[in-house]
Design a protein around this ligand. Structure first.
Ligand SMILES: Cc1cc2nc3c(=O)[nH]c(=O)nc-3n(C[C@H](O)[C@H](O)[C@H](O)COP(=O)(O)OP(=O)(O)OC[C@H]3O[C@@H](n4cnc5c(N)ncnc54)[C@H](O)[C@@H]3O)c2cc1C
Length: 348
């Protein structure tokens, strides 16, 4: 059986494909760092193929970001600045990027593996009936055939898969944040601007109505909080609560305390948890430097998951905890904060 050719699979007809593109995700009016990081790899590949680096910039009121794109190494910015793109929608944005690909025929397209990127990339690949390699970690190029080979570790195996997209164009890959280094910024560097006007847009049943930030931690009453990070006498001082606040804010939760912490004046009485304080029922309760006296446990019986952090492996709190970490909170909490931030960054 003969192999299907590009034209049979892909709406992009056979012909000349040039350029290595990066989709430049815009978040809060700026190009996402994870997208800018991809420009260093795009440049390497483009140089081998003796072609240009393209940046796809779409949205509403985004044209000024072309300068940032040029300064980070984009040669040609493909811009679609249209009021109708004000609200992000994966099928709509996927349609627009696909239209650009149909018109300008890039040979490669990299998308940052952020939360949005992971949704968007398969949308584009599906529109163009091309292949996509998720979470690639390396790229190699066969200069003679112009094949862009995307490399990633396969699930659960100690090897590397070299993936060649045989029939579709562009060759697409998504890349998790921080896999490739940020390219050096060259202030004042200029490139080309290709503006594209959209005709009538297809209508999709799905629309993003509103984006809401997580409520500020202090505004949530402790009885209603889904996440509580509570501190006890083991924190040693009021200062220790600052670390707990940072963790609670990251998790969209609030800070509470044991009676001893309240008696010490490190936290207000309305935040005391236990028999003579508040009874709470969060999804996640993190007890830090709290021994686990019966009067305290009384207040957290309804918590779904209890995590205890205590320097004493024999502390009674561990008998009531679903997860226990034995260690000094001053070492454990910063590690937790760092890890949560890292994972968040990956998911953005
Ligand atoms: C009638 C009555 C009502 C009460 N009501 C309440 C109530 O509502 N709420 C309440 O909480 N208590 C209440 N208590 C008090 C309760 O009995 C305990 O004394 C209190 O809960 C202990 O607080 P704590 O766990 O913070 O301190 P501690 O018992 O002193 O425990 C401190 C813990 O911190 C750990 N630690 C020390 N350094 C570190 C470190 N660097 N890193 C990590 N861990 C460390 C220690 O190993 C220890 O386990 C009540 C008591 C009575 C008699």
């Amino acid at each position: 059986m003969s192999e299907p050719r590009c034209s049979e699979w892909s709406p992009l007809k056979e012909g000349v494909f040039r350029g290595v593109w990066v989709y430049l995700e815009v978040v809060d009016g700026e190009i996402h760092e994870a997208s800018l990081q991809l420009l260093s790899k795009a440049r390497e590949v483009a140089d081998i193929l003796e072609t240009y680096v393209g940046g796809v910039l779409i949205g509403s009121g985004v044209s000024h970001l072309a300068e940032t794109a040029w300064e980070y190494g984009v040669d040609k910015v493909f811009l679609v600045d249209d009021e109708r793109l004000e609200k992000y929608s994966p099928p709509l944005y996927g349609y627009v990027v696909s239209e650009l690909c149909r018109e300008y025929r890039p040979e490669g397209l990299l998308v940052a593996g952020t939360l949005r990127g992971r949704e968007l990339a398969p949308n584009i690949a599906n529109n163009l009936k091309t292949g996509i390699t998720a979470d690639l970690t390396m790229v190699s190029v066969d200069k003679e055939t112009r094949d862009i080979i995307l490399i990633r570790p396969p699930f659960g195996a100690y090897m590397l898969a070299h993936i060649k997209t045989r029939w579709g164009k562009p060759v697409m890959g998504s890349v998790r944040p921080n896999v490739f280094p940020m390219p050096e910024r060259e202030p004042g560097r200029k490139g080309e601007l290709v503006e594209y006007s959209l005709g009538e847009l297809p209508s999709y049943g799905v629309e993003l109505l509103e984006t809401r930030r997580i409520e500020k931690a202090e505004e949530i009453p402790i009885e209603k909080a889904r996440v509580i990070v509570a501190g006890g006498k083991g924190l040693g001082s009021k200062e220790g609560f600052k670390l707990l606040e940072e963790l609670a804010n990251l998790l969209g939760g609030v800070v509470g305390g044991s009676r001893k912490a309240v008696d010490a004046g490190w936290i207000s009485h309305d935040r005391q948890i236990g028999q003579t304080g508040k009874t709470v029922k969060p999804d996640l309760y993190i007890a830090v430097g709290i021994s686990g006296a019966a009067q305290h446990i009384f207040g957290i019986r309804e918590a779904k998951i209890i995590v205890a952090i205590n320097i004493d492996r024999y502390a009674p709190i561990f008998e009531n905890a679903d997860y226990g970490i034995v260690g000094d909170y001053r070492e454990v909490i910063p590690l937790l904060i760092e890890e949560i931030k890292r994972v968040r960054m990956e998911l953005r």
